[in-house]
Write a protein of this length. Sequence first.
Length: 299
Amino acid sequence: MKHYFLLLILCGCIWPMFLCGQKTHFTKGKSQVRMESNMTKDQSRDRAEELAKINAIENAFGTFVEQNTDIKVDNGAVTYNIIGSTKVKGEWIKTTRKEFKEDIQEQLDNTQHKEKFIWISCSVEGEVRPVSSKAMLDCKLLRCPKLECETNSFVTSQGLILYFRSPIDGYLSVFIDEGNEVTRRLFPYLNQGNESAVKIEGDKSYYLFTNLDGCNRFTTKADEIELFTQKLIEYNHVFIVFSPTTYVKPILSDAQMLEKGYILPKEMPTSKFQEWISECKVAMPDFQVKQIKFSISKP
């Protein structure tokens, strides 16, 4: 698929060479998901991978219990991690191996007739570490610059707005994975120069990718994003990258001019982006990435 965005630039990660992160642990996990009638195969695989990572973290650090005394919220920071909607006591750092398998099984439906179902299994291996205290971030995708416009479902030609708020000062950048082995950077904005990330203030609300209603807190004009798909429906992921300390962006290609004044953002291979994220997590315990999945469909 191809998205057409109105302006964008690049983002990144840097850390002092002497900075040491927590020790990581090698672990394994697996899961099995039945593909339901309202799920695509990609959605089923994503869910299976998510559950396999949760299983792997639980194998390494045990199951999260809400009443545990070591799980707390203090001064805007949390000491648990969330994968999907599940709280876990560890953080996924790097995937070293991932495998999917499909199995067709016959089962009785509600009318006692045999029906064939596809089961997708996922096994993962990778590096994890115990969760350290991190800022509790508030991130939402919006159709308009109001919180009541929150959505994860967009249609072609609709604008994308990101709401962001942190309890502490820090550095922010935003990427998008369109599912075609390429990850593009959306923030910092094009006119903000070759910045790795943008300094933001704690306890302040930010509406990114819009110039409406005076929502833009930055001196430069915001890059406005227009979503586009040629499919009936497709799914993308936005990655919100935040750290209280500075970090250096990955290497990105140049932005590309398209027809009608659109600009395709700077990009990098998704595999390289994931490597960069893993390296930042290892080197910077406070470095965190929030992932939001959303759909784009034809009207």
